[in-house]
Design a protein around this ligand. Sequence first.
Ligand code: COA
Length: 162
Amino acid sequence: MRIGIYPGSFDPVTFGHVDIILRSSKMFDLLIIAVLNNNVKKPLFSAEERVELIRQVTKNMRNVSVEAFDGLLIDFVKKKNASTIVRGLRAVSDFEYELQIAQTNHKMSSDIDTVFLTTSLEYSYLSSSIVREIASYNGDISKFVPKEIIPSILAKYNKSLD
Ligand code: COA
């Protein structure tokens, strides 16, 4: 059984992430989305809330599961008997950071590899913080995140769709 791990903060999950989830889920028997819990970024959503939002968005994807993790990613990957980490690359600016993480993880565990998918062009500008900023001003985020999670995002800023 080929198990892939797609880690990230997902605060919140966006169409850019969904694009990577859809495409990478075809590469594995099981894709586990691993939501980082010990986040120094002071997340808007708790890890449990982020897991729940991703579950809503992926409920029709048969071979995708979602879990929170803390500690080292590589330890979570080993615990899940996975061999591959999936990351999305949006622009050249992502590359240096991603290369460093991938090489460090490979050094710590040489039987675990990282594969990179290039984010679809239409989402190459997108980030969770952009979504949070637009939502905080009651802007329209429907082009950036799946519609089922919009009320949860707006509620964080005491806003609603009306
Ligand atoms: N579409 C849209 N946005 C994307 C994206 C995509 N395909 N891929 C990344 N992003 C955005 C995210 O929304 C996020 O935006 P934000 O900064 O505005 O919130 C940003 O890119 C980066 O986020 P993410 O992919 O979640 O990476 P991260 O840096 O928060 O976390 C981990 C990366 C989880 C892989 C890494 O921190 C980790 O492994 N941590 C565990 C501890 C560990 O093992 N450390 C040692 C590693 S060497």
